[in-house]
Write a protein that binds this ligand. Sequence first.
Ligand code: FAD
Length: 457
Amino acid sequence: MNRIATIARQSTLDGLSRADRTSGGSPERLPGLSGAVHLPGTEAYEELRKPLRADLDPRPAVVVEAATAADIRATLLAARRAGVPLAVQATGHGTHVAADDAVLLRTTNMTSVLVDPARRIARVGPGARWGQVLAAAAPFGLAPLSGSSPTVGVTGYTLGGGVGWLARKHGFAADSVVRAQVLTADGRLLTTGPDQYPDLFWALRGGGGGFGIVTSLEFQLYPVDQVTAGFLYVPLSGEAVAAYETWTATLPDDMSTALVVRRMPATDDVPANLRDRSVIMLKVLHSGDTGQTRALLAPMLAAAGPVLHDELGVLPYAQAAMGGTAARHLDFFPALPTGAITELLADHAATGSTVEIRHWGGAMAQPGPGAGPAGHRAAPFSVILDTPQPDTASRLSAYGTGATFLNFLADTGRTPTAFDPENLRRLRDVKRFYDPDDFFALGHTVTAPPRHHRLAA
Ligand SMILES: Cc1cc2nc3c(=O)[nH]c(=O)nc-3n(C[C@H](O)[C@H](O)[C@H](O)COP(=O)(O)OP(=O)(O)OC[C@H]3O[C@@H](n4cnc5c(N)ncnc54)[C@H](O)[C@@H]3O)c2cc1C
């Protein structure tokens, strides 16, 4: 074990408690800490150290499973005392940096979800996943601004902006946050809101996890029950992709769509006429009735048809997650020019890559006063290219704006490109004030050179 790991193991744990550890494979139970501590060599350590990304193989010095906000604070203070870095992980879906020799703080068990149907507000613990909020809100005819997967963590998703199928209608998930409790790098547990620590509250709504550890989040829910949603398959053609640009410009904000170019598997669960075939899959979610949805779809299908397979139906919003394409490379595009379409289709033909073009805009582009730094709000399209061919991705960037979206960005070297210049400047000011030593450095974070500068808190 290297020096830092040794320090972490001894000092961090000794900082949390000086005695009463049990060992021998069972989790360490420490006075003052209701969660468990796992050291290398235990089964739980092996399981909990891993994020979703299989190419990362982190070896933290220690894994702490927090059960309460007090646990989170005790862990942070111990890590600081020991001079050891700290990484926060709820589900591991958005972890892109290996927490080697660090304290890995898992909030996974802090899954409380409280719904106040009268105020249409949910309050969640930092380990809650979208599936849990969907299940808690649905009995009241309410829904959160969740995304393409119910297993994604609410807090990580929201801190990174959060774009879901209701975002054109209601904005980014970050726009719906009304309050956040956050532990700052110096160990203060602050309740932030529009009138409490407004700069920190602003940064948390889309600026990522580099400003503190969120211990609870409160956000608005919306009256959404049944929706018309699902997939429509049409033949692959450049004309159909081009038609998507003109068609989406006519859509109301309660209709969200994406166009996916993909090769269908040759498996029995795929309809016979789609098997092993390259197609366009249109993803649709509309908060209106099916008749209206089909009327809105008609111009696109006239340009792209015939429909090969139709899976559109009425279903509860909670079942309409519709999945996503691995965001190996995402760019925002101001338009879908012929050159870009040709490039994308050529890459698909050569490598079998998947391309997902998503229509943004709507409420995301019309933020209320005081809205956070989430996203590049003016961008009409994002293009995700899941290809093994990096050259295509770099050629395609010529058609993009150079910007990207924090939640769909794996490369932490590109974190600043997730923000417009004015928001980036302001985020760096907030970072400098609340985390001057860059303690929260493992993950997407904006760093700022030290400057003597104070913000109103
Ligand atoms: C299958 C899949 C589907 C997805 N779909 C969407 C989608 O539809 N829309 C969308 O916007 N994004 C989507 N994402 C991206 C996802 O929102 C981000 O990866 C997000 O960071 C995941 O958060 P997590 O807590 O689940 O992951 P984790 O890996 O546990 O955490 C990711 C990061 O979030 C931060 N973080 C987490 N908890 C805290 C906390 N309590 N305090 C401070 N920082 C914290 C940390 O920086 C951490 O490194 C998807 C990702 C996957 C894998």
